[in-house]
Ligand binder design. Structure first.
Ligand code: GUN
Ligand code: ZN
Length: 442
């Protein structure tokens, strides 16, 4: 058992933020040795439940759930900041050439190591991640995630048409590779596999059909893809699948919409698309920095809430400009501010934070597993230092409410605000949780 004393942020079942100014977080093994939150609450009220347990005291620090990134491409770490007139030229000119390098296992391993270092430096402890079409890129990702005992999800990209040499795969082989990778990695420790058709325009009917068959055969595996991101892309998809009611309906027709199916962007939707998301249990990965950078459009929060489908926040690096959750939450605030919420007001800081932690976990089907610090959750957490910069120290000091404090961190925060990410132990064979830096309050 380990105990940490600091301010603590978490979320209750109604998505409300719960904040203890002087809190205690107790973490320890469950019945099979996996390190979970055993207790959390006010220090004065619960400290006496843990006599004799050493307490790591971190005055001035805030313990919060590790962030959950619902959609990111680890092989696009070198694509960030590549300007283009829109999605399709961006893919052609920057993204596909970079991704072709991941045929090489050594390059994949080096990039995966760098990617996880960056994620953890930014306080992201779980991510649903695209690899590339090369199985080596998936093996590199999962090997490194396993070494660090992280809860991570990824999969081999499927793209057997409209893709250049170097990233285009072969229909039958791509499906065989996918199944082999599911069997190798899904459910190993905290790893999960995602069947990953890149987007409908890059996949033949046969490949999409095969992906849907795998999704039916492996119902607890994830599915991830892109949809309705950009107007040219939507027009292209519609011309390729003229019989489908909409771009989104193409995926439904191939059995690719269900719980644990996550679609990035979901911008150019009508209410029938929104109802299809709701009725199938699929979730949207809202990617505001990417949508702003590539000029794709604005996610309609009011429409999503009116119809009632699940969504959460995502960086979408390398279309996205940053892995930093504070930057993503601020961009989501700007988008909401432009009138894309029901109230006309933008999202509150608590809503933004929830959408990048417990809400994102819920949208992934990992409710109560990660993204929160309620008892029973896996003990992945971050330590925030609101004194990390002079301006952060000054502004957070004068915050009069939780909303003001969270807002100050969303607006002013970057990787310096994250003192460290602490990763849970995960039982025998997986023992010895990692953290990015020693916990130290000096
Ligand atoms: N659509 C198909 N592939 C991609 C990708 O890599 N990034 C984004 N943002 N959209 C896509
Ligand atoms: Zn993407």
């Amino acid at each position: 058992m380990k105990c940490f004393r600091a301010a603590i942020l978490r979320f209750d079942a109604d998505h409300n933020a719960v904040y203890e100014q002087d809190g205690l977080l107790a973490v320890g093994p469950d019945a099979i040795g996996r390190e979970i939150v055993q207790a959390v609450g006010s220090y004065n009220e619960i400290a006496n439940q843990f006599p004799g347990v050493a307490v790591e005291h971190m005055p001035g620090r805030i313990i919060a759930p590790g962030f959950v990134d619902m959609h990111v491409h680890y092989p696009q770490i070198d694509v960030i900041g590549s300007p283009a007139s829109g999605l399709l030229p961006w893919l052609e000119n920057y993204t596909f050439p970079q991704e072709s390098r991941y045929a090489d296992a050594g390059h994949s391993a080096e990039a995966a190591t760098f990617f996880f270092d960056e994620l953890l430096r930014n306080g992201v402890t779980t991510a649903l991640t695209f690899a590339t079409s090369h199985p080596a890129s998936v093996d590199a990702f999962f090997s490194e995630a396993a070494r660090r005992r992280l809860r991570m999800i990824s999969g081999k990209v499927l793209q057997d048409r409209h893709s250049p040499d170097g990233v285009r795969d072969q229909t039958q082989q791509s499906l065989l590779d996918t199944e082999a990778l599911i069997q190798r990695w899904h459910g190993q420790g905290r790893l999960g596999y995602a069947i990953s058709p890149r987007f409908a325009p890059s996949c033949t009917d046969a490949q999409l059909r095969g992906a849907g068959e795998l999704a039916a055969r492996y119902p607890d595996v994830w599915i991830q893809s892109h949809v309705a991101e950009n107007k040219d892309e939507v027009a292209w998809a519609r011309s390729l699948f003229p019989q489908a009611r909409s771009y989104l309906a193409v995926y439904d027709g191939f059995g690719l919409m269900r719980q644990r199916a996550v679609y990035a962007h979901c911008i150019h939707f009508d209410d029938n698309d929104r109802a299809l998301m709701r009725d199938t249990g699929a979730a949207a990965a809202v990617s505001p920095t990417s949508n702003l950078f590539l000029g794709s459009g604005f996610f309609d929060y009011a429409g999503a809430d009116r119809v009632g489908f699940r969504y959460g926040l995502a960086s979408d690096v390398g279309g996205g400009t940053s892995l930093c959750p504070f930057h993503t939450m601020l961009a989501a605030y700007y988008v909401g501010r432009e009138g894309h919420t029901k109230s006309g007001l933008s999202l509150s800081p608590r809503q933004l934070w929830w959408q990048h932690t417990a809400g994102a976990a819920r949208a992934l089907g990992l409710d109560g597993v990660v993204g929160n610090l309620q008892p029973g959750c896996e003990a992945d957490f971050i330590v925030l230092n609101p004194q990390a910069t002079p301006l952060l120290a000054r502004r957070t000091q004068s915050a009069d409410s939780l909303d003001e404090l969270l807002f100050a961190m969303i607006v002013l925060g970057d990787d310096r605000l994250v003192q460290c990410s602490v990763i849970a132990d995960y039982g025998p064979g997986y023992a010895g949780g990692t953290q990015t830096a020693a916990i130290s309050t000096v």
